[in-house]
Design a protein. Structure first.
Length: 209
């Protein structure tokens, strides 16, 4: 069955994943096994193929949607500590920036890696990020910017976290087309990701640190 899940995820077959997930549940396969042994390894392969240039953003989006279709069936069945999450993540596009596609793809990839994602959307003010960190207590805060004119709002958000006494309580991961690792370091971020696949890998590494 693992091979079938692998094939359907890579093909971005939502209906196929829904059918396989229901079949696996019907056979008594544990939710933890379906997620950890069937779904997540397939999404890791999606990330690898994207990084190697064997898969592109449309295919990766389809694979992520297929993964979400399976998770939609499994989430109501999760009981207690049967499935351990990778941690909580709050994501959003910074104030003044309405770009959504890249940030949403990152959210889907993080969910596929086992993170609980709280997406604040676009044009998010520093104060709203601060409130979300205070309320949600995530392990990671992901900030996105696609415009050079909105990049300073990433630093403004990090500064607002410091003022609220929350900076040491969350790891900040930044990303977006105009960003560089040097810029991320200069504003005091904990990590930088150039695309959704690397964001997933970087978030996993940060969560383990």
């Amino acid at each position: 069955m693992k091979a079938a899940f692998h094939e359907k995820i890579l093909a971005g077959d939502r209906e196929g994943i829904e059918a396989l997930t229901k079949e696996a549940v019907g056979k008594g396969t544990s939710v933890a096994k379906i997620i950890n042994e069937y779904l997540m390894p397939a999404m890791e392969e999606v990330g690898r193929q994207y990084e190697e240039g064997e898969m592109f953003i449309p295919e990766m989006l389809m694979a992520a949607h297929a993964m979400q279709a399976g998770m939609a069936i499994l989430k109501p069945l999760i009981v207690g500590d049967e499935v351990k999450t990778a941690g909580g993540v709050v994501i959003g596009t910074v104030q003044g920036d309405l770009h959504d596609i890249g940030k949403s793809l990152v959210g889907m990839m993080l969910e596929s890696a086992g993170f609980e994602v709280h997406d604040l959307g676009t044009d998010v003010a520093p104060a709203r990020f601060v409130a979300a960190v205070r309320d949600e207590k995530p392990a990671i805060l992901g900030l996105s910017a696609m415009l050079t004119t909105t990049m300073p709002n990433m630093k403004a958000t990090i500064d607002a976290l410091k003022e609220a006494g929350l900076r040491e309580k969350v790891l900040v991961l930044v990303g977006g087309a105009p960003l560089t690792s040097e810029f991320a370091s200069s504003i005091g971020a904990d990590g930088y990701a150039e695309d959704a696949s690397s964001a997933m890998q970087r978030a996993k590494a940060l969560a383990r640190s």
